[in-house]
Design a protein around this ligand. Structure first.
Ligand code: TXA
Ligand code: MG
Length: 318
């Protein structure tokens, strides 16, 4: 059920997490499905609720910087620099974990993913519960990520008791996952914080190449974030046969919608930031239409456009 995020309901949700329960909550990126990261049983129930394979590790969410040293074994000073500059925010750091973090959270890896979300409801929930909340995106494994409370309720409502309402997520794509444990810093998943912003602190960083590399982190699986209707990426939406039974995902130019049964325009002004914030709700809404398939045009791969194209690529039929 969806609950208004009153102080009382946040407290109730925090108690539920402390008792081993799961709560869906808003962050600035997407809604998360949270459980106590220090409780292996709670963590196991996250995997179960999402039907997520246990080889795909979770992000631990914190609300206070002190927790970073409590949970992780930080030797690299650049981690503090990045955390101070970009937290709370859409940056997930891969760092060596301490024993306190159950190995189920990290799928047996010696490293953990950690971030501080930029959302008052999330921060309050984390602080009032265990201070370390493991949370993947609150969708069933492989399906579109939720950017509104009702997306969570429609997908997982039968399996979780509480969804905290936070309105539409501001950023709209998941956090950027940055791995500094490799020799050269590498972005494993492009996301809400741009490569340019990270490079302003670190200098050049690598970007995991989705088309040429094999996955080293499970979130890099090529099929992910998929609508139920097949989605195809096309160079030109004008060329499509049988538009009358298809939907179009358009970046900017609304005239491209002509002939399609349904369409969504991501940003009339051509902003990749706005496109990111609207992407998942546009896909959720097209997926609910009575159509054969979805055609998506490409989005300029600059700024947040990289994260948007990454999600569209993963949503597509290869
Ligand atoms: O914005 C977000 O990051 C959202 C909100 C709820 O915070 N969470 C999210 O979680 O997207 P999830 O579980 O859907 O994605 C976590 C990603 C996966 O791609 C996973 O493979 C990667 O983080 N990951 C987790 N631990 C890792 C590790 N130790 N090494 C490499 N990648 C890791
Ligand atoms: Mg996810």
């Amino acid at each position: 059920m969806i609950y208004k995020s009153t102080e009382e309901n946040i407290r109730k949700a925090a108690l539920s997490i402390l008792e081993g329960g799961l709560v869906a909550f808003p962050t600035e990126t997407v809604y998360g499905l949270g459980g106590n990261a220090l409780d292996p049983k709670a963590v196991a129930s996250i995997f179960e609720a999402k039907k997520r394979p246990s080889f795909d590790p979770l992000i631990t969410h914190i609300a206070d910087l002190e927790k970073l040293d409590e949970l992780a074994d930080i030797k690299d000073p650049r981690i503090y620099e990045l955390a101070e500059k970009f937290w709370p925010g859409a940056l997930t750091l891969i760092v060596p974990k301490k024993d306190l973090i159950p190995s189920l959270v990290t799928s047996g890896l010696p490293t953990m993913a950690i971030r501080m979300p930029d959302h008052p409801i999330a921060l309050s929930l984390i602080r009032q519960s265990s201070g370390a909340v493991a949370a993947p995106s609150a969708n069933s494994f492989g399906y579109l990520s939720p950017t509104e409370a009702r997306h969570v309720e429609e997908d997982l409502g039968a399996r979780i008791s509480m969804v905290l309402e936070g309105g539409p997520c501001r950023v709209g794509v998941e956090s950027t996952v940055l791995d500094l444990t490799a020799r050269q810093p590498i972005i494993l998943r492009p996301g809400g914080l741009t490569r340019e912003e990270i490079e302003s602190v670190l200098g050049p960083v690598d970007l995991f190449n989705r088309t040429t590399s094999s996955p080293t982190a499970p979130g890099q699986l090529a099929m992910h974030y998929s609508p139920r209707k097949p989605l195809y990426i096309v160079d030109d939406l004008g060329d499509i046969p049988h538009k009358e039974s298809a939907a179009a995902l358009i970046f900017q130019d609304i005239s491209r919608a002509e002939g399609f049964a349904h369409s969504e325009v991501l940003s009339l002004s051509g902003s990749t930031l706005e496109a990111a914030s609207r992407l998942f709700s546009a896909l959720h809404s097209l997926d609910q239409q009575d159509i054969r398939c979805i055609y998506a045009e490409k989005i300029p791969e600059e700024g947040l456009g990289r994260a948007v194209m990454d999600r569209v690529f993963k949503a597509s039929k290869k």
